[in-house]
Ligand binder design. Structure first.
Ligand code: IPM
Ligand code: MN
Length: 352
């Protein structure tokens, strides 16, 4: 099969971890007789420097023409402490999500038996954790009306949702729940927020279409707590853009390292696959970042965008093998011998 993939390295550790995912994907393609055409394009601070726009039109064109997008990370510290910056790398990410219609962000959290002691949580609490957040990604407070009043002394951001937006997101959640343990949790703040009440009302009205799915409704503050108390009590969770942003960072460390969790952003057409860890500028260029989240994102890409299950499974198997053999970067090495980003990539390629 011929796979046309847009390749967005982005900023920080993005380029290094993407390089490893490309190596592993190429090895997979060779083994299973596929041909991958990588279409590189600019994003983030890198794109601001080179093209004056964090998501240039040229990049959008390349994404639209591709069957899938593999993305590293966006963000640069020179913008973080400059609230007055007119153009910010993150705007590129938001623009990309919006223009590509990537309305659902699928973020799994699972544990690796060989890493169970790396988690900040107690083993008996997290064993068997295997949950998926479906985060709304192109609306809500991230895209609502915002601005300043009173000569700049009052600022506001608005969280707006339409029934239509909630339905299309919740549908993804229900469908995923049907394929898994048929348990769905709608995370909201319906005791306070009107937009959350619309979420709850809408999801309730969809229950009759999925009679086998057991739906629970929980407030976001309670979920934040229960997520670290009993993460294995959850399966599929649906939530809005901001709640999802916060809860998925919280959930990501359950596995032991943020450097392990992949994600997919899906919508009407081309899907995007990316590690959830972000640009980690402190580690950029040092060849120390954990490439596994990106490599596992490539596995998600093979399975979800191209229906290549065996290919995805082989990637997951060798990643598990590398963890058992402790061929890991320093975030996972327990002070023992650690391997560089590219050494981990090379080891995986060798296994394939
Ligand atoms: C994420 C990131 C982004 C978000 C930032 C970089 C805009 O934190 O993908 O979770 O808030 O969505
Ligand atoms: Mn985030």
């Amino acid at each position: 099969m011929e796979l046309n993939i847009a390749l967005l390295h982005g900023d920080g550790i993005g380029p290094e971890v993407i390089d490893q995912a490309v190596k592993v994907s190429n090895a997979i393609a060779q083994k299973f007789n596929h041909k991958i055409n990588w279409n590189p394009a600019l994003t983030g601070a890198d794109a601001i420097d080179k093209a004056g726009d964090p998501y240039p039109d040229k990049t959008h064109e390349i994404c639209l023409k591709s069957d899938a997008i593999l993305f590293g990370a966006i963000g640069h510290p020179k913008y973080d402490n400059d609230p007055g910056a007119k153009i910010r790398p993150e705007q590129g990410l938001l623009k990309m999500r919006k223009k590509l219609g990537l309305f659902a962000n699928i973020r799994p959290t699972f544990t690796f038996p060989s890493l169970i002691n790396k988690s900040p949580l107690k083993k008996e609490r997290i064993e068997g954790t295997d949950l998926i957040f479906v985060r709304e990604l192109t609306s809500g407070i991230y895209f609502g009306e915002s601005g300043r009043k009173d000569r700049g002394n009052i600022a506001f951001d608005t969280c707006t949702y339409s029934r239509k937006e909630i339905i299309r997101l919740a549908k993804k959640g229900f469908e995923l729940a049907m394929k898994r343990s048929k348990k769905l949790c709608c995370v909201d703040k319906a005791n306070v927020l009107e937009s959350s009440r619309l979420w709850r009302e809408t999801v309730q009205s969809m229950e009759k279409d999925y009679p086998k799915v057991n739906v629970s409704y929980e407030f976001v503050d309670a979920v934040a707590m229960r997520l670290i108390q009993w993460p294995n009590s959850y399966d599929v969770l649906i939530t809005n853009n901001l709640f999802g942003d916060i809860l998925t960072d919280e959930a990501s460390v359950i596995s032991g390292s943020m450097g392990l969790m992949p994600s997919a952003s899906i919508g009407n057409k081309t899907s995007l696959f990316e590690p959830i860890h972000g640009s980690y500028p402190e580690a950029a260029g040092k060849n120390i970042a954990n490439p596994l989240a990106t490599i596992l994102s490539a596995a998600m890409m093979f399975e979800d965008a191209f229906a290549l299950k065996k290919e995805a499974q082989l990637i997951r198997n060798i990643v598990n093998k590398s963890l058992k053999a402790m061929i890991v970067t320093e975030d996972l090495s327990n002070g023992e011998k650690s391997y560089s980003t590219s050494e981990v990539g090379d080891w995986l390629v060798n296994q394939i």
